[in-house]
Design a protein around this ligand. Structure first.
Ligand code: GLN
Ligand code: ZN
Length: 763
């Protein structure tokens, strides 16, 4: 019985890679320094995996930006617009594709980025043309294998599989399907495999997570074709095929027929899969199974009893020799090292004992192998400690709050519905608010200047006390209110200057959340996020936003929107407890937000926005699971939004543009007003709302806040005219695409003044 790992986080436990990359991009350090950091991190990560006792250690899981972009460079599929950058070395070309290039008279946009399956990691989307050619351009995979081997590690190159690579891209012109390119792409893989083989590689891990999607026949045929060809050309190589994040499902039959050495199973996301496979004639083959028992996506300690049950079952059917033990997926999605968390007040030892980050997960994999091959694992101290820690979770008063559980269980359908239907609410709200046609508003945040961020850092360090900090935030809020009044915005916001992050801010105030100091996870490129940990029943001890909203409202006669983050978004952007269904945790959060909304109403706030930018990204990968998710997600939003009176106007906000497949559920959320991202798609996405005859009010974004560019009044008028051609004007609001947190004041002021002028012209 052996152990292997699918991939290790590359950012570094102190975010060394982020820092080195950003210094290089800023021109403050040479390329050699960045390359050196990469080498150090690889060596360090290989060493810690070897020391833990992992038999086969991944290489080429490292990346300076993204593994899909690495594959793109490997295959030479450089999009046309970068061909002008002939003077650049390949590292700079690589970063130009990732980040765009505005130097030396060039102005070339970056490649698009999108979420990697259902994770919060964003990859670079390959672009393909009909006459796309490929040639082996980067030998990174072979170089890193040689590097690992030279250092004495038993390494296994990890490659993004050809089918997942093609499917993750986009056709940039009509008349072909990207899978048609497979025969042209495969020779590049062959050339690379030949190099790897020559360098002494025996095992190759192909990541094909596309197998966790609903594939059509053509994609399944592509998988069969690719791996048959690889096996024919390289009978000496042992191919490990890895998919994760879902069951193989209907792709299982295809996968079982492949001439591969090892099949990896994500037993965390799909625990039933082992039985499914053992029911086939898999045992009669000579293939191996990789049991992904340690959760690569979450931060909870492994349950050794449960994992050993899987391992023993597989061992009984196949024999120990045919079993690998592994994490469920690459550890890219986990924070690096729990032992760096030394602040007992931020993360109490009582909670820490339930957690495990990447380094600890590696140790769990190795320990499981030792326990599985010992005669009496239950007598092993490591096993007993593990079970003791987990059992303490079952009953811990830190986690279990009977009052919260009882309230969640007592939620009725009536709690998920406003008192009256929208037709009844609308006139009541209009009477209370007296808004003009085409009312103007913004999405919530105003620029978080370096100063504002510095105040918060000073507060943390104790250089400012709470009073001094609050006084500064007050000053900023007053200025924002005055300025919005001056330019004539109809529905104001307080600006969110007091918030670091829209989830962290609420997490810090809610019970049941814990925070780490170093729990960073790569989001894209050098960007990392530090998700809160929801460890226990969630409740609100005291109001979270009332003071700031009340203060802002006291400054003006115009309505100031209360600003809350929705339950699904809070859930989605946190590490979530695994001892109860996500839907239950989400309902608990929803109740806390509901209490906050009703308190805002009592404090005289007439409009409350509940942001749900993450509702869509929670969609399960498989169609068959989507309806159930959407049902509870919509219900949670409704719980949060339905405690208020008819005349209180509920807004929601979402910042993406694909609504076609979920529009019915968006309508079921029954927000009085929804603001959405729209300007980049030139209002096209409004078609979904128009076709559906969306009954409530809509604010299609007219100002692309992702760019420093200031849109003109005429542009915004034109966009709104497009909108009013498909949606009655009485239903429309005028607003930017999203919050203005990342923008500067000068461009924000110009753009919003033009936006108000546009609304006036439309009226
Ligand atoms: N209210 C938040 C803001 O304006 C919304 C952010 C978001 O949609 N991601 O910053
Ligand atoms: Zn947004």
């Amino acid at each position: 019985m052996q152990t292997h790992n699918l991939g290790y986080p590359r950012i570094g436990s102190r975010r060394e890679l982020k820092k080195a990359a950003e210094l290089y991009w800023a021109g403050k350090s040479p390329l050699s320094a960045l390359l050196e950091t990469g080498q150090q991190l690889r060596r360090q990560h290989w060493a810690l995996q070897q020391e833990a006792g992992i038999s086969l250690i991944p290489c080429n899981d490292f990346s300076f930006y993204d593994q899909v972009l690495d594959t793109l460079l490997m295959s030479g599929a450089i999009p046309q617009r970068y061909h002008a950058l002939t003077a650049l070395n390949d590292t700079d070309l690589y970063f130009a594709m990732a980040r765009g290039y505005q130097q030396n008279g060039h102005d070339i946009t970056a490649m698009e980025m999108t979420k990697w399956f259902d994770t919060n990691y964003h990859y670079i989307v390959p672009e393909f043309t009909a006459n796309q050619t490929f040639q082996l351009r980067s030998t990174k995979a072979a170089d890193e294998f040689k590097e690992a081997t030279a250092l004495g590690f038993k390494a296994k190159p990890v490659l993004t599989g050809p089918v997942t690579f093609l499917l993750s891209g986009k056709e940039k012109e009509q008349g072909f399907h990207r899978l048609d390119l497979l025969p042209r792409l495969l020779p590049v893989y062959f050339e690379l495999l030949a190099q790897l083989h020559a360098a002494g590689a025996t095992y190759i891990q192909f990541d094909e997570p596309c197998l966790s999607l609903d594939l059509d026949e053509a994609a399944r045929t592509a998988i069969t074709h690719a791996y048959q060809q690889i096996a024919t050309q390289f009978p000496q190589l042992q191919i490990i095929l890895a998919s994760y994040f879902e069951c193989y499902g209907r792709n299982l039959a295809t996968v079982l027929q492949l001439p591969i050495h090892t099949l990896h199973l994500d037993l965390v996301r799909c625990p039933s899969q082992l039985d499914d496979i053992l029911q086939t004639d898999f045992a009669a083959s000579h293939k191996h199974l990789s049991l992904g028992v340690v959760d690569g996506r979450n931060i909870w300690k492994n349950d050794f009893a449960q994992s050993l049950a899987f391992i023993n079952k597989a061992k009984a059917a196949l024999g120990a020799d045919r079993i690998w033990i592994a994490p469920s997926c690459s550890l890219l999605h986990a924070p690096c090292d729990l032992s760096l968390e030394k602040d007992d007040t931020a993360l109490p030892p009582s909670i820490k004992q339930w957690l495990s980050f990447a380094k600890q997960k590696i140790e769990e994999v190795a320990t499981l192998q030792q326990l599985a091959t010992s005669a009496h694992p239950e007598q092993d101290a490591r096993y007993r400690d593990n079970q003791l820690a987990l059992r303490s979770r079952d009953t811990s008063p830190l986690i279990h709050d009977q009052a919260v559980k009882a309230r969640q269980r007592a939620i009725t359908d009536k709690d998920c519905r406003r008192n009256s239907a929208f037709e009844t609410r609308k006139p009541r709200q209009q009477q209370a608010l007296q808004l003009p046609l085409y009312p103007t508003t913004t999405i919530g945040s105003f620029p978080q200047t370096a100063e504002v961020r510095q105040w918060r850092a000073q507060l943390k360090k104790g250089e400012l006390d709470q009073q001094q900090y609050d006084a500064l935030i007050e000053k900023e809020t007053v200025a924002a209110i005055r300025w919005q009044e001056e330019i004539g915005i109809d529905v104001l916001v307080h600006g969110e200057f007091e918030r670091n992050d829209m989830v962290e801010y609420f997490g810090e105030k809610l019970n049941g959340f814990a925070f780490t100091q170093h729990g960073w996870v790569q989001s894209y490129g050098s960007r990392c996020v530090k998700p809160p940990i929801i460890f226990g029943d969630v409740s609100r001890s005291e109001p979270m936003t009332i003071a700031w909203s009340r203060f802002a409202q006291s400054l003006t006669n115009k309505p100031v929107k209360g600003m809350l983050t929705g339950p699904v978004t809070i859930l989605q952007w946190s590490f979530v407890r695994n001892d109860q269904p996500r839907s239950v945790t989400c309902e608990q959060i929803a109740l806390a937000i509901r209490d906050e909304a009703t308190d805002l109403e009592k404090a005289g706030i007439g409009i409350i926005q509940i942001d749900e930018p993450a509702i869509r990204e929670g969609l399960p990968l498989r169609q068959e699971n989507r309806a159930a998710y959407l049902e509870w997600a919509v219900r949670c939003f409704a719980i949060a939004a339905s405690g208020v009176q008819d005349q209180t106007q509920i807004h929601t906000h979402m910042c993406y543009s694909e609504f076609n497949d979920i529009i019915r559920h968006i309508a079921d959320m029954d927000a009085d007003v929804i603001t959405i991202e729209c300007s980049r798609s030139q209002m096209e996405l409004l078609d979904a709302f128009a076709d559906f005859r969306y009954p409530n009010e809509i604010g299609p974004g007219v100002y692309d806040i992702h760019s420093p560019r200031v849109p003109s009044k005429e542009e915004m008028v034109a966009l709104m005219k497009k909108a009013s051609a498909v949606i009655p004007a009485a239903q429309l609001w005028v607003n930017p695409d999203c919050g203005l947190k990342t923008r500067h004041w000068d461009e924000t002021k110009k753009a919003l003044s033009a936006m108000v002028a546009a609304a006036k012209e439309l009226r």
